[in-house]
Each structure stands twice: as structure tokens, then as C-alpha cells.
Design a protein. Structure first.
Lengths: 200, 186
């Protein structure tokens, strides 16, 4: 019990070091810290919630088995997300999500889609979820995990310039979607919008 | 003129995005452009507001997460503590090395067998060496020491053979000479 309360105050890296020494409670704390984050991060790669759950579980199992290989000088989040991305690639290599195709063909959205985007714009992550898989992942790692471009490149096995381009395109596409969302809001006439980004 | 303006806008937007990546302020000349350009200004405003908005909405998103998955993951973890896992890793490493060791040993054995057989075939041996006649000759030798000498010393055998050849040659030459001498005497 004491070990569990202690674990809550430790950093991720310290918890990982303790887990490598055999502390199960430390690893359980890491699971509770990261499972929701991994769940939303991997959501873009899969089609069903069951698939995401399986993938999150596999990621933690792999991390648990290899926790002695974790170097505490690195960020734990970088290490864990790298495992998650590799697991996802090996599991869903051939599956392309329907969301990616939706994003690719969304240059002229129908009114129904505009309404959906309006609802989604209440939470910017849901709006970001309509972007391509790569753009969403870059945004998540940068804004949700506070990773600099270099670390995102390491996790996703891409060049830093590719990550920069992905982030830039994601921002441009978000701007377009917000534009549409505010347009829909104006059409509905629910609230007068003084500025396109007033909801931000 | 309009197209050129658009082209510059995409460059300015890229620079605004780069500033957002590195969390540095937008350069002065880009800022100057945003005062005149509506789309670039809106984009700069969006980039500035993204970080706090994403952080705020992340909290809302994670609050809706079903914690049942946490329990599921924790129960799925192996019961053993990680030091035991360390041993598992070591045994796994050994297991992974073993398949590499076996072919190496097999190859070494094969090379050894091939080289022995080559040596065996390459070394010249007389046909009589293993024949029954030679064995009976050895058995019928007068003294056991003599047998040992004959068996153990190939040089001795060679010497004996040369001596025999020389003897027979001498006998032949002598007989030939006698015949000629006789002819000359006549």
C-alpha cells in the first residue's frame, strides 16, 4: 500500500527504474498513467475499440518484459510510444483506416459532414482525429506528449524534416476544418461568432 | 500579383509553423506580413492558440476514458517480478544463440572429416602394405625385432628394396659382361 502511494509521486523514469528492479506497483502506476494516452493515440490506427484495447495491452506486455532494457536517461514516454508504434505497424500493416480515406476526400464536405465537424470542434482532439493517421500522431506526440520534433522523429522512425512537414500540414488542415466548423455554426445561427477561432 | 502573394503566404505560413514547432516567437518580418495578410494572421493566431487548447481538451478527453482497460492490462501481466524476467531474458538469449552454435559445430565437424579423408587418400601407400602376402612375410620373419623394424621403419624397407634392386642389377651386369668378355677372348 505504501509502495503504491509512493509511486504516485515519482517521475515516469524513476518508476520505470523501480519496475526494472522488480516493483510491480511501479509498473502498475505507469499503466494507469499511460493507458488512456496510448488508447487515444492508437485509436487512429484501428477500426474497433477491441483492437485498440488489444494493442494497448500488447504494448504494455512488451514494455513489462523489456523494462530492464529501458535506459533511464531517456524519456519513458518516447520509449513506450516507440514500442506502441512498432506493435501497431506489425499488427495492422495491411489495414488502412477508413478515417484516412475520409480525410483524403474531404475537400468538398457535404452538409452532414459539416454538422459532424461542428460537433467535433467542441474538442479539438476529435477534430484532429479527422486528419490523416500520420498527421494526427505527429500532433498527439507534439501537443499531448510535449515531444520536440527530434523525439517524434525517433518514435515514428521518420526524418525530423518529415515530422515538421506533417505538423505543418496538420495545422493547415486544422485551420481549414475550423473554418468549415465556424461556417456551419454561422449557418445554424446558434451563437454569433465574432472570430473564427473564438472557441479556441 | 495575386498568385505571387499566395506563394509568399505559403512560405510565411511555413515559417509560422516552424516557430510553433520550436516554441519560439514569430520572426519580425513574418509578423510584419501578418499585419497586412488576413489568412496568415488567422493561421498565426491558430498556431498560438493550439498548444493551450490541445492541453485543455486532452484533460477532457482522458477523463472520459474507461479505466476497466487498466485492470485488464494489469491482470494480464505475468505474475513473476521483473528480476525473474531478467533470468528469462538471459535464457532466451542463450536459446537464441544455440541455433547459431549448432550449425557452426556441424560445419567444423564436416571440415575435419573431409580433411582427414583427403589426407588418408593423398598419402601414398604400397599395394603390398596391407596384403596377406606382406603380413605372412612379416609373421615368418626370424625375429620379432626384425618385424618391428620392418613395420616401423619405412626407410629401412626402402633401403632393403634398393639393395635388392642393386644386387639384381649387379648380377645382370656381371652376366652380361662375362658374356662379352668371353666373346672378346674368342
Amino acid at each position: 500500500m505504501h509502495e503504491i502511494s509512493m509511486a504516485k509521486h515519482l517521475s515516469d523514469e524513476a518508476l520505470a527504474a523501480k519496475a526494472a528492479e522488480g516493483s510491480r506497483a511501479s509498473f502498475e502506476e505507469l499503466v494507469s498513467r499511460y493507458s488512456p494516452r496510448l488508447f487515444y493515440f492508437l485509436r487512429h490506427r484501428t477500426e474497433t475499440d477491441q483492437d485498440i484495447e488489444d494493442l494497448v495491452q500488447e504494448t504494455f506486455l512488451k514494455a513489462f518484459k523489456n523494462i530492464d532494457r529501458f535506459n533511464p536517461e531517456w524519456k519513458f514516454s518516447t520509449w513506450l510510444y516507440t514500442i506502441a508504434v512498432r506493435q501497431a505497424i506489425s499488427r495492422f500493416r495491411s489495414i488502412k483506416t477508413a478515417k484516412s480515406s475520409l480525410a483524403a476526400t474531404s475537400s468538398n464536405p457535404d452538409p452532414e459532414e459539416i454538422v459532424i465537424q461542428k460537433e467535433e470542434s467542441q474538442n479539438i482532439w476529435k477534430l484532429a482525429n479527422t486528419l490523416t493517421k500520420k498527421q494526427f500522431e505527429a500532433l498527439w506526440l507534439h501537443y499531448a506528449e510535449d515531444m520536440p520534433v527530434k523525439e517524434i522523429a525517433k518514435v515514428t522512425k521518420k526524418k525530423p524534416i518529415t515530422v515538421r512537414v506533417l505538423l505543418h500540414r496538420a495545422r493547415l488542415n486544422l485551420a481549414k476544418r475550423i473554418d468549415r466548423a465556424s461556417f456551419a455554426e454561422n449557418l445554424a445561427g446558434t451563437t454569433p461568432v465574432e472570430h473564427k477561432f473564438s472557441f479556441l | 500579383m495575386k498568385r505571387r502573394g499566395k506563394m509568399f503566404c505559403s512560405i510565411y505560413k511555413w515559417m509560422i509553423s516552424q516557430a510553433a514547432d520550436s516554441e519560439k516567437p514569430i520572426p519580425g518580418y513574418v509578423k510584419h506580413h501578418t499585419h497586412r495578410c488576413d489568412t496568415c494572421r488567422e493561421f498565426a493566431q491558430l498556431c498560438e492558440s493550439l498548444k493551450p487548447k490541445f492541453a485543455q481538451d486532452k484533460q477532457v478527453l482522458l477523463e472520459n476514458y474507461d479505466e476497466a482497460l487498466d485492470k485488464k492490462i494489469i491482470t494480464a501481466l505475468p505474475r513473476e517480478s521483473t528480476p525473474i524476467l531478467d533470468q528469462q531474458v538471459v535464457t532466451r538469449k542463450l536459446k537464441t544463440h544455440r541455433p547459431a552454435l549448432l550449425p557452426a559445430l556441424g560445419a567444423a565437424f564436416l571440415v575435419l572429416a573431409v580433411s582427414i579423408s583427403i589426407i588418408f587418400l593423398a598419402v601414398p601407400r604400397s599395394e603390398n602394405a596391407t596384403s596377406l602376402g606382406r603380413i605372412s612375410e612379416l609373421v615368418s620373419a626370424a625375429s620379432p625385432e626384425g618385424v618391428l623394424v620392418k613395420v616401423e621403419s619405412p626407410l629401412e624397407r626402402e633401403y632393403m628394396e634398393l639393395k635388392q634392386t642393386l644386387d639384381s642389377t649387379t648380377k645382370f651386369l656381371l652376366s652380361s659382361l662375362n658374356f662379352r668378355i668371353g666373346q672378346q677372348a674368342e
